[in-house]
Design a protein around this ligand. Structure first.
Ligand SMILES: Nc1ncnc2c1ncn2[C@@H]1O[C@H](COP(=O)(O)OP(=O)(O)O)[C@@H](O)[C@H]1O
Ligand SMILES: [Mg+2]
Length: 367
């Protein structure tokens, strides 16, 4: 990290990306447009492999493969937050890794994450660490029912979490999540969920996209609207929160902050749910609906380049195409103003993100 200010990529240079999913794919496409190459490193092939200049299939603890990868790229980034800490540290000893290892470690452990955010004076759901059934009983006594038990690590799309209602057996709930280190969270009575997707550059510049309003189905993001329907002061506060978090992490790249909106004595108040140290599904609309996409912003930031304009081009609706929904692609293709994105995944399994469609509604109407 010491030399990160000195690293500025030139067109033609290569960015290393850990992870081969659709986020890596869209990063690679944004990089290519700017004349940069990407080298994807992942234990298995995925959507990013189709569009990258180079690929490595190797385990995240394969030091020989990591060394060879480090020798071929100028900077390393990642498209998912569960990069093992060994991998991040091994690479960071050799070249710049953005976002940094501290940001990664904080975001990949729900207990560390909430402790860090509260330390900045920013509200989260009330929470307690749970390592044993005894801890869980004590936490339920303190936080009440219903509450949500979540594994500290590796959770995504609602995986690794379970709601505990009054009368439920704590031991059975703990068994359901595999008796792993966990946290218990009090249930937040939110009226809506929003997210900030923003970029921070090597020199500390910060640029946020318009606030996203997110709706989930079966714990998976279903639709994002932008700008979110909140009071202007709420949006301003959301951006302040995201910036405070990014500054405190000395963050470089795109960060997402998921928040709950609650009504407190008739006034909107924000509670941070979680942060993602990467580009985020709720920011996919920026490819078609902002002057500079979240993927280009991330590429610019990790390359030591200035950030682009996050300005929104209209009112936005982004829908994920989950499982069989992707079969509707011919109808979406026929729709003016609908931008179709398919990730090239072969099998449309239930719950799998196969693509998304962004609709940009111009606020200016012409005759
Ligand atoms: N403490 C909470 N109170 C109310 N709803 C919650 C709480 N925690 C999570 N949820 C709901 O579950 C969804 C997924 O939880 P989250 O912690 O974001 O996990 P994931 O890593 O799966 O995205 C949230 O977007 C929200 O709808
Ligand atoms: Mg989430």
């Amino acid at each position: 990290m010491a030399n990160r200010k000195a690293t500025r990529l030139e067109p033609g240079d290569t960015i290393g990306v850990l992870g081969s999913g659709q986020l890596g794919r869209m990063l690679a496409m944004a990089a290519a447009r700017l004349g940069l190459k990407t080298h994807i490193y992942c234990p298995e092939s995925g959507p990013a492999f189709d569009v990258a200049a180079a690929r490595t299939i190797a385990a995240y603890d394969d030091d020989a493969a990591l060394s060879a990868f480090a020798a071929k790229v100028k900077v390393v980034t990642y498209e998912f937050e569960n990069v093992p800490s060994h991998t991040a540290e091994f690479l960071a000893a050799r070249l710049p890794v953005h976002p940094n290892a501290f940001a990664l470690a904080t975001a990949q452990d729900r207990f560390a994450e909430k402790t860090f955010i509260n330390g900045l004076g920013i509200a989260t759901a009330p929470f307690a660490a749970v390592d044993t059934v005894g801890d869980l009983r004590a936490a339920l006594a303190a936080l009440g029912h219903p509450a949500i038990l979540k594994t500290r690590r590796m959770g995504y799309d609602g995986k690794g979490q379970i709601m505990i209602r009054d009368g439920d057996d704590p031991a059975a709930a703990f068994a359901t999540i595999g008796e792993q280190p966990a946290i218990l969270e009090g249930l937040v009575p939110f009226v809506s969920e929003v997210s900030v997707v923003a970029a921070r550059s090597v020199d500390g510049a910060f640029a946020a996209f318009d606030l996203n309003q997110n709706e989930h189905a079966d714990h998976i993001l279903s639709v994002t609207f932008a700008p979110a329907s909140v009071a202007p002061a709420t949006a301003t506060r959301a951006f302040e929160i995201a910036r405070a978090i990014a500054d405190a992490l000395d963050y470089v790249g795109v960060i997402a902050v998921e928040l709950f909106v609650v009504i407190d004595h008739g006034v909107e108040r924000l509670i941070v749910n979680e942060i993602a140290p990467r580009v985020h599904n709720s920011g996919h609309w920026t490819i078609d609906g902002a002057e500079c996409s979240q993927f280009e912003q991330h590429v610019r930031a990790v390359s030591g380049w200035p950030l682009g304009s996050p300005r929104i081009r209209g009112r936005i609706e982004m829908r994920n195409l989950i499982g069989d929904e992707a079969l509707d692609w011919p109808a979406i293709l026929a729709e003016p103003g609908a931008y179709l994105h398919l990730y090239g995944k072969h099998e449309a399994r239930a719950g799998r993100k196969m693509g998304h469609v962004t609709r940009v509604f111009k606020t200016i109407t012409r005759d």
